[in-house]
Design a protein around this ligand. Structure first.
Ligand SMILES: *Cc1c(COP(=O)(O)O)cnc(C)c1O
Length: 369
């Protein structure tokens, strides 16, 4: 086996697509594969899911082009739309769909002289996230303006995004749904295409948000979008999802360690008694964070051991105890189905989204059944 490996399970990904479709049986499904598919490998995930989902969502034009150059032919949607400096011809050249949430993006489309109705767009409505998208008071005017753009496919799709989707009370979600519905209601129905509101949290938490298309990222990978403090209640596993990634490495040294000795930089951890330390070939250079707390668990041969001392760039240390059955060369699991990434995140006051997306290219991706 290779050191610092991300084992990606194609059957888990396909299971999650099926499960999410069961949550939202009448909706189409966008697989969100931005940020290297949340660390799972953009091309690997796109290849597994190609033809099995309705479209892919990405955050950057470069991510879309990367997929096209790898031969992916499915519909790809730019979730942030084009940036100001980007050439709108790339939408035509690479056959992309795009979100539109700013005047300059309407102008970019208007500058194109291509066949009528050739670009599928999503009108992005700001109902509370206050990040991108048209404000409610300008939305009507902007929607009408977009309708006049020749290359834009009619009717026009409409999308909005929850800012508090993982709040179990769902109070803000309901308010945002109402704002979205109020906007749609005053448009003539023949102008409105598909509607999309839910990302993972909406799919799992708010059936009224399912609509025509769900945009699923984190849940696709088997990871819960919910409050990470109670990962036992709300882990991906509890929601019927399967963890698609096993992050693993191996033991490269086992050392005797005396009471009161420290390990790693700064000497922040000290042993209470004589023990053995296992040195594991994974560190922040692979994307396992440096500031993980001592006491965070890894799995070796099915047993939990605690990380001790600061994580280094290429290695970390675990306390194996005086008596153990661990050998140099044994496999170590940093997270996976038996040690959820939600748990590592929750115990360290971090976000599972961030843990996954900070994995680096040194961690080798291997696709398994
Ligand atoms: C990233 C993103 C998603 C996916 O969110 P998850 O919580 O990972 O499911 C959906 N919609 C938009 C607009 C996004 O940027």
């Amino acid at each position: 086996m290779s050191i610092a490996t991300l084992e990606i399970s194609s059957s888990a990904l396909l299971h999650n697509v099926k499960t999410l479709k069961n949550y939202a049986p009448t909706s189409e499904l966008m697989a969100v594969i931005k940020a290297n598919a949340y660390g799972h490998g953009q091309i690997e995930v796109a290849t597994i899911l190609s033809g099995k989902v309705n479209c892919f969502g990405v955050a950057r034009l470069s991510e879309a082009i990367f997929l096209r150059k790898a031969g992916i032919q499915d519909d790809i949607v730019l979730l942030e739309g084009l940036f100001k400096h980007e050439d709108p011809h790339s939408l035509i050249h690479y056959k992309l769909s795009t979100f539109v949430g700013a005047v300059f993006q309407i102008e970019q489309l208007d500058s194109l002289h291509s066949a009528s109705d050739s670009i599928s767009v999503w009108f992005k409505l700001d109902t509370g996230m206050h990040r991108l998208g048209f404000r409610l008071e300008e939305a009507n005017e902007m929607f009408n303006r977009l309708l006049t753009v020749d290359v834009v496919k009619k009717p026009i799709n409409i999308s909005t995004h929850f800012f508090n989707g993982d709040d179990p009370s769902g109070k803000d979600n309901k308010e945002q749904i109402k704002r979205c519905d109020d906007f749609i209601e005053q448009l003539s129905t023949d102008k409105v295409g598909l509607v999309s509101i839910a990302a993972s949290s909406g799919v799992l938490n708010e059936p009224k948000s399912h609509r025509d298309l769900i945009r699923v990222g984190i849940s696709l990978y088997g990871v819960s979008p919910f409050a990470l403090t109670d990962f036992n209640l709300n882990s991906g596993h509890k929601l019927g999802l399967k963890s698609a990634m096993t992050f693993k490495s191996e033991v490269i040294a086992i050392r005797r360690h005396k009471q009161n000795e420290t390990t790693s930089y700064g000497g922040v951890w000290k042993s209470e008694s004589d023990t053995n330390l296992g040195v594991i070939a994974v560190g922040y250079g692979d994307g396992y964070p440096r500031n993980i707390k001592s006491g965070t668990q890894v799995l070796i041969n099915g047993k939990h051991y605690s990380i001790v001392g600061h994580v280094c760039m290429d290695m970390l240390m675990v306390d194996l105890g005086l008596h153990n059955n661990v050998h140099v060369g044994d496999e170590v699991i940093l997270w996976g189905s038996d040690l959820p990434v939600e748990q590592i995140a929750g115990e360290n006051e971090m976000s599972a989204y961030e843990l996954l997306t900070r994995l680096t290219s040194r961690s080798k991706i291997i696709v398994v059944k």
